[in-house]
Design a protein around this ligand. Sequence first.
Ligand code: HAX
Length: 426
Amino acid sequence: MSLLQKKLAEIFPAQKKEIAEFVKTHGDKTVSKVTLAQAYGGMRGVVGIVCDSSEVPPDKGLVIRGKELYKLTDKMPEEIIWLLLSGELPNKAELEDLISEINSRQGVPDYIWKVMETLPKDSHPMTMLNTGIVAMQRESVFAKRYDEGMGKEEYWIATLEDALNIIAKLPELAAGIYRMRFDKGDRIAPLKDADLGKNLAHMLGLPDPNGELTSLMRLYITTHSDHEGGNVSAFASAIINSALSDLYYALSGGLNGLAGPLHGLANQECLGWILELMEQHGGKTPTEEELTKFTWDTLNSGKVVPGYGHAVLRITDPRFEALLEFGKKHMPDDPVFLTVERVFNVVPEALKQVKKIKDPWPNVDAASGSLLYHYGLKEFSFYTVMFSIARGMGIAAQAVLARAMGFPIIRPKSLPTSGFKEMLGV
Ligand code: HAX
């Protein structure tokens, strides 16, 4: 048994008991009210989902298990997995055990590569990734053990098995898709003794002479790992998971949501926006005046400025700040990065003038693409796949926690418009 499973087996029963007592004692108290506008407005601000892996206070941004992101930017992705699941950072022995546990689960099955090869050459990399994940569903330990009649108390263990298997295989699947889709040559096999970040850099096959790309991969995965429970990908996955669909189904379903331009695809859109802007100015970093004009042209044409705004945040996203700091340190003179920095000086001021926009500040997607671009990952339709590798960890952790706490099927009530009218007497 892995040290992670052992640790979770020690702490989950007490947590489950605590939640059961909490709900028994306070279950009839009101935690949120829903207005008609919220029912029609994407349930913004309605508090009705439990997520213990992380939280996003509007004035702080990502907080993983009580730790604000800026305290976690030097951590390895495996440390974050441990933290998301257990609420604590691992010690050295625990971290090493988790790294070797994940490495022992490498190996995307051959039939997946055959499926990938049959997809049309111009398939979106997110389509390929999600097809690969769902096609791997036959490997699900949860589905197999459910069929064999496992007891409810073992659901989380089988889901943890799926989680670790998926986390181990996602970078390999993603990097294989990258190399196949963009004609980069043969797939590169994973290293047996490396962490997830180093392995991802290795399998993409991009030059990394001084380890900067590896550092970026670790930071990228950490910053994108989780963002509480109400975002499209996490919530969609949680709903699917709640039907006792296994993690292959739940994760691919959620990541189909990440593939939307208002969610994770914004990183692809954002770099496209930046490059178009630069192209209009002879490939150079435009001046602030030129940038302001381009921003208003985008807004006036009815489009969103990608990478800006958020449904929950009301500050500059600390994930953006962490990535910006990395760029300032490692590529201060890169023209694409400089453009991203300059956009940050200009866009919030423009968005503040549009009354309906509640958050004029950059989100994570505003910076991430420029860093990947700098290290040679220039195919920006691949960027949401990078996001998915990281978000897979948070979604997997949330699924394990939901199983361990015995959360029921998610099934809110809907009404037709006539039902709401009747309820309000209009
Ligand atoms: N540019 C232009 N208009 C914007 C905007 C932006 N960056 N952000 C918000 N708005 C508009 C909305 O489209 C909405 O207009 P309508 O009422 O005409 O539909 C209005 O302002 C009010 O929106 P809001 O309440 O401020 O924001 P929402 O909670 O509805 O939406 C979004 C949040 C992130 C979807 C939104 O800010 C947006 O579309 N941003 C650009 C896309 C983006 O960067 N998405 C990634 C978000 C982070 C993430 O999930 N990453 O994966």
